[in-house]
Design a protein around this ligand. Structure first.
Ligand code: AMP
Length: 215
């Protein structure tokens, strides 16, 4: 099992790039944010405990994520290639990922940091819309749906995520700077860091990352 960690602040384009790459190849896109949103929607115990942190823009306790990820790795095929979009998000999670990988015969091949300036992140997050039914993401100006406010794929009315409100966006960017950004140095030290420019157009970002994964 090969794991590629996607680093980058909220709004850098991790989910967009991962979805495009996974669409074109036999690669499994694992978004911990999406898994948590599903858990909230389904009212599971993990979802019930996660919701208050997500609504505030802070991190959900590590153990909730470690349990979710352990279950995922234990059910993944031995030859799977997995993109981790949104995990790890702090140093403890990075250590736990190494332990889980060792336990399940997986290797963290690279950490791909998608870099983008703060002003761009804020405008992207503020204009983001998602389909509550199929999870497809849009942006009011950069990536609008064909019919305003309606999902191209399944016709459901689009929504703004609770945590894409201005005060929560600010908090999420602070949490990223304090807790997640230090992982860039950690993976650099381990010789696993690759950096791409997240300000580029979405297709270009996805192509660059796909090339890194293909090797
Ligand atoms: P995302 O969709 O990746 O922006 O994640 C949305 C929210 O889910 C985050 O703001 C956190 O509250 C929570 N979350 C997602 N991944 C993690 C993680 N690895 N550790 C803790 N909380 C997470």
């Amino acid at each position: 099992m090969q794991i590629y960690v996607f680093l980058g602040a909220p709004g850098a384009g991790k989910g967009t790039a991962a979805a495009r790459i996974a669409n074109d190849a036999d690669i499994h896109h694992v978004s911990t944010g999406a898994m948590l949103r599903d858990a909230v929607k389904n009212g599971t115990p993990a979802g019930l405990s996660a919701k208050k942190y997500m609504d505030k823009g802070t991190l959900v306790p590590d153990q909730v994520l470690v349990d979710m990820l352990g279950e995922l790795l234990s059910t993944s095929k031995k030859d799977a290639t997995i993109i981790l979009d949104g995990f790890p998000r702090n140093e403890n999670q990075a250590l736990q990922l190494d332990e889980l990988a060792a336990k399940h015969g997986a290797t963290v091949k690279a950490a791909i940091d998608i870099e983008a300036p703060n002003e761009l992140l804020i405008s992207r997050l503020g204009g983001r819309r998602v389909c509550p039914s199929c999870g497809m993401g849009y942006h009011v100006t950069n990536m609008p749906p064909k019919r305003e406010g309606v999902c191209d794929k399944c016709g459901t009315a689009l929504i703004t995520r609770n945590d894409d409100k201005p005060e929560t966006i600010k908090k999420r960017l602070e949490v990223y700077a304090e807790q997640t950004a230090p992982l860039i140095g950690l993976y650099k030290k381990a010789g696993k860091l690759r950096t791409v420019n997240g300000a580029d157009e979405a297709d270009k970002v996805a192509k660059k990352i796909a090339a890194i994964i293909k090797g």
